[in-house]
Design a protein around this ligand. Sequence first.
Ligand SMILES: CC(C)(COP(=O)(O)OP(=O)(O)OC[C@H]1O[C@@H](n2cnc3c(N)ncnc32)[C@H](O)[C@@H]1OP(=O)(O)O)[C@@H](O)C(=O)NCCC(=O)NCCS
Length: 357
Amino acid sequence: MTTPVPLIEPLVIPGSLHGPGGERFIGFSDLCDAVQRGIWGNDDFCLDPERRLEAYRHDDYEERHVFLARSDGRLVGCAVLDVPLADNLSTCYLDILVHPGHRRQGVAKVLHATAENHVRRLGRTVIMGWSEMRLPAIPDPEVLVPGSGAGGYPKHSAAASFALSEEYDLAQVDRISLLPPSTAGLPAHDTDGADGYGMVFWENRVPDGLIDRYAVLRRFMSTDAPLGDFVLEEEVWDAERIRADEERHVAGGGLSLVCAAVEKGSGALVGHTVLHSSRKAPFVAYQEDTLVLRGHRGHRLGYRMKAPNLRRLRDEWPAVERLYTWNAAENSFMLAVNVELGFRPVGATAGWQKKLR
Ligand SMILES: CC(C)(COP(=O)(O)OP(=O)(O)OC[C@H]1O[C@@H](n2cnc3c(N)ncnc32)[C@H](O)[C@@H]1OP(=O)(O)O)[C@@H](O)C(=O)NCCC(=O)NCCS
C-alpha cells in the first residue's frame, strides 16, 4: 500500500477562536503542541490557542503564512512562514512540523516545496529556521559543526537529515539551559551604583520616559548578540514598535519583568535583560534577551542585571518551576554568567539557512 500524498491548504488566521475558522486554528495549535511534547516530554513549550492566536496576528512588522497538510482528512503537519516587514526584507523564517505519528511519509517534503514556492513568490531569497533537540542526544558518531566551530548537532537526527536533504546549511548552534528558580545562586547584596551604573526595573510596559532609550537597546540586540553565519541586518526599533510588541504580548496573557542598566552620568540605558512568563502557564518562564552595549562591557553588568531580575521572578512569579534560556554556543561570556546563576544544559537548537538560487 502506498502512502497518500498529503493535501496542502493555507490556514486563514481567524479574528477570534469563537468565530469562523476558530476551530481550524485550534486544530493547528494542538498539532504544534503535539510536536513540542514529542521533543520535550512535557508542556513547557506548548502555547494555549488564545496566546498562539495573538502571536500569529499580522501587524506592521511581520506577517505569518501557515500551510496545513492533511492526509485522509487528518491534520498531519504544518509549515509556518514568518515574514519580516520592517527590516531584513530579503529573509523569512520557516518552521515545518509533522505530527509524531505521521513521520517518514514525505509530509515535510511536500510542505517544504509549497513553502519554498511561496517564499519565491514573495521575492525573498533567504530562508532561516530552527530545530530543537533535548539532551541526552541519541548517540550519533557524526556531529555537524557550524562555521563558528562552536557547538554541534547530531547529523542523523530527523531535523538535520531533513534540513540537509533540502540543502540548508547549519548557520549556528545554541545551547538550551534550564534553571529551577529555587536553586538559583544569587548574591546576598547587589553592587548597584558602585561604579557609576544603576538598575531600573519595569513590568510589561517600559515607562514613557525611557522608551526611546530602550529602543536603542532593542536595535542593538538584533546585531550585537552572536549571529553565526546568519545573514541578518539590524532591526528597526522605535517607540511605536515597542508598544505594539508589548501590547501583543500582554493581549495573549504574557507577562514580562525587565531590568535595564543606566549609566548614571549620562542617563543612557546601556543594557537590559528580559524574563517572560504567562498567566495560562505560570509554571514555566523564559530568560529572553540580554544585552550590554559594547562600550560598557567588562563591568559584570550581565550578571548584575540578571541576578536581581531573577530575585524578582522568585518574589513575583512564585509558581515558576522551570526557567529556560537559549545562548549561542560561541557566546562564552553569557554562558559563563548563566552557569554561575545555576543554569544547566538540557538541549540544543540548530539554526538552518538556505540561500535560494
Ligand atoms: C524534521 C521533520 C519535519 C521531518 O518530517 P517528515 O514528514 O518525517 O519528513 P519527510 O518524510 O518528508 O522526509 C524528507 C526527507 O528528510 C530526511 N529525513 C526525515 N526524517 C528523517 C529521519 N528520521 N532519519 C533520517 N532522515 C530523515 C530524509 O532525507 C527524507 O527523505 P527520504 O524519506 O526520501 O529518505 C519531523 O521529524 C519533525 O516535525 N520534527 C520536529 C520539528 C522539527 O525539527 N522541524 C524541522 C525544522 S528544520
